[in-house]
Structures are given as C-alpha cells and as structure tokens.
Design a protein around this ligand. Structure first.
Ligand SMILES: C[S@@+](CC[C@H](N)C(=O)[O-])C[C@H]1O[C@@H](n2cnc3c(N)ncnc32)[C@H](O)[C@@H]1O
Length: 314
C-alpha cells in the first residue's frame, strides 16, 4: 500500500476538527500511560526476581533436616511472608477480616503466597493470589503442592491494575505490602472494588508515608525512588472512598515493627548469622542494606506499616 504524501497528511490534519485532535491526543496519552505502566511492571518484577528461588528454599529446609515434600505452612513462614512482622503480622491483620470456610478470597500481590497458605489452612477458605513476579507465582504454586494446599489455592501471574477476574467474583480481599509499588491507587482500588461482592471486606497492610522526608533507598520493595510510591493513609482513604469503600478501621503498627526488627537483629547476632530460612533468602546480598534503611526510615518517622480495613458498599 502506498504511504499518503506529507501534503495529504498535512491537509488531513488541517481539516480535522478540534474534537478529532483532542481524541487523537488522548489516545496518544493513553498509550503513553500504558507504556509507562508496562515499563514500571518490568522494573518491579526485575527487582523481585531471584533466579533460583525454589532451590534456595529447598536448601534452607534441608539445612534444618526437613524434606520439602514433608514441610508445613509453619516451616515456610520465615521465608514466604514478605512483609514487616512476618507470620505474626499476618495473624493480627487477617483475623480482622473474619474469613470463613465458605468464602472465596483474593490475595493481591500475593508474592510467594505465604499469607494465602496461612489463610487457606486457618480459615478453610478458597484463596486466589495474583502477582506481577512470575518466579514468585511459580515457586509459590510448588510450595502449595508441598504443603498439600494446591486444591484450595490458585496463584497466577498478573497485575493488580488489570485484574483478570469477573465483576463481583470474591467475598473478600487482602493486600500486604504491595501498594508501595503502585503509583495509581485509584485504578488499583477501582479494580479491587469491581471484583468484590457488595459488603465484602478488603484488608490492606502497607507501608505508608508518615512525614515529608525523602526515604533512604534501597528498601525491600524498591532499589530507588523510581518504583516506590509510598502514600499517606489519607491518600488511601480518599481513593478507597472514591471507589465505593467505607474505611472501618485503621491501625498504626509502628511500635510492633520496631520491636520486630529489634528482636530479629538480636536473634541474628546471638546465632552468629541468619537462620536457614528468612527474608535474606529472597533479598540475598542486598538484605542487610535494605533492612538497615527500612529501620532507619521507620525510626525517623518517615514511614509506618498501617493496617486498613475497608468494606465495599457498606
Ligand atoms: C513486598 S512483596 C509482598 C508479597 C506478599 N504480599 C507478602 O506479604 O508476602 C510485594 C509484592 O507485590 C507484587 N506487586 C507489585 N506490584 C504489583 C502489581 N501491580 N500487581 C501485582 N503484584 C504486584 C510484587 O511482585 C511482590 O511480589
């Protein structure tokens, strides 16, 4: 097919109405936004990529004399709960969602699925997890098989900003330490709202901004500020309310977090190094620097882990 001459193109543009130009401009803007999201998704999943994670977890279990196929949700807790406070934080947080055995629950940004396995085992619910990082999803699915929970849990790769589920498909949802990687919280919460049934509870346990000082990087969720969008609790509340949620509860877990890191450091020092399985298995050689910066950011009051419980269409 012949290319149109520049003259013809110019004449076409000259004849365009203002409406056509605005339409073309907004299509171009939309495509640019999509490209930016894709670029960020890639940078985020690269940040979390380990490369050989299943073998590293297997090795950590074997060091403790545990055969992977005989492992338990409890054995995996130190490595598969990638948020401040690990399993103890999940127990405190998930208890507030009052999950029951008949429910179908979505874990947004599930990582390796540690909280999903804990919730499936404790409450008997069906859990679906979605995460951007393919390696976490693939390894997480194997861990579900190891602990005999593959029938109650499905983990799949995908983005929280474009959830691959029908409207009103879940009875509840939770998201732990994920919002820091997501710039557009409006789209995030509109997607969560869309896939939840009316009256469903949505729990958030995220690291939120607590003052205006710049964070020190790297931190566990980002190497630089370029993939970190830590927002204030009020920003979360505004976007939740704009998407049909009522915020029913909010807890600041700052003191719990400081205590958690104090204990973790004391235990590591007393043992002369970290245990066979821990978050260092995920973060590898950058662990010490990321944890040091996280604690410094917490201690300076720049960030705080916050639990928020919202109800759709309450
Ligand atoms: C700090 S980890 C927390 C994982 C898990 N929620 C937990 O607590 O163990 C953050 C996770 O969010 C995922 N993530 C970040 N942005 C995402 C997005 N737009 N959609 C889905 N997952 C995302 C990352 O791939 C990563 O697994």
């Amino acid at each position: 097919m012949q290319e149109p001459s520049t003259h013809a193109v110019r004449r076409g543009c000259a004849n365009d109405s203002l409406g056509d130009l605005v339409k073309r401009g907004s299509v171009a803007l939309h495509q640019l936004e999509k490209l930016t999201v894709m670029k960020n998704d890639k940078r985020i999943s690269t940040h979390y990529l380990h490369g050989n994670l299943l073998s590293a977890i297997r090795a950590g279990l074997e060091k403790q004399g545990i055969q992977p196929e005989n492992t338990s949700v409890e054995d995996l807790g130190p490595v598969d709960e990638f948020h401040i406070g690990g399993r103890a934080a999940s127990i405190h947080f998930l208890d507030q969602l009052k999950i029951s055995a008949s429910q179908s629950i979505l874990d947004i940004g599930c990582g390796l699925g540690g909280a999903a396995r804990f919730a499936a085992k404790t409450y008997g619910a069906k859990i679906t997890g979605i995460d951007l990082t393919s390696e976490y999803v693939e390894v997480g699915q194997r861990l579900c098989e190891w602990v005999g929970l593959a029938d109650s849990i499905t983990l799949q790769q995908g983005s929280a900003l474009s959830l691959p589920f029908e409207d009103a498909s879940f009875d509840g949802a939770f998201m732990m330490h994920v919002g820091m990687n997501i710039e557009d919280k409006h789209v995030l919460f509109s997607e969560v709202s869309r896939v939840l049934k009316s009256g469903a509870k949505f729990g958030i346990y995220d690291i939120m901004k607590a003052n205006d000082e710049e964070l020190i990087y790297p931190v566990p969720w980002a190497t630089t500020h370029e993939t970190s969008w830590v927002a204030e609790p009020k920003d979360y509340r505004v976007e939740l309310e704009a998407n049909g949620f009522v915020v029913a509860g909010e807890n600041n877990r700052h003191d719990f977090a400081m205590d958690f890191f104090k204990r973790m450091m004391a235990a590591t020092e007393a043992a002369g190094g970290p245990p066979p399985l821990g978050l260092h298995v995920l973060m590898q050689q950058t662990t010490a620097e990321k944890i040091r910066n996280m604690v410094a950011n917490l201690a300076a009051g720049r960030i705080s882990p916050i639990e928020m419980i919202a109800i759709k269409d309450a």
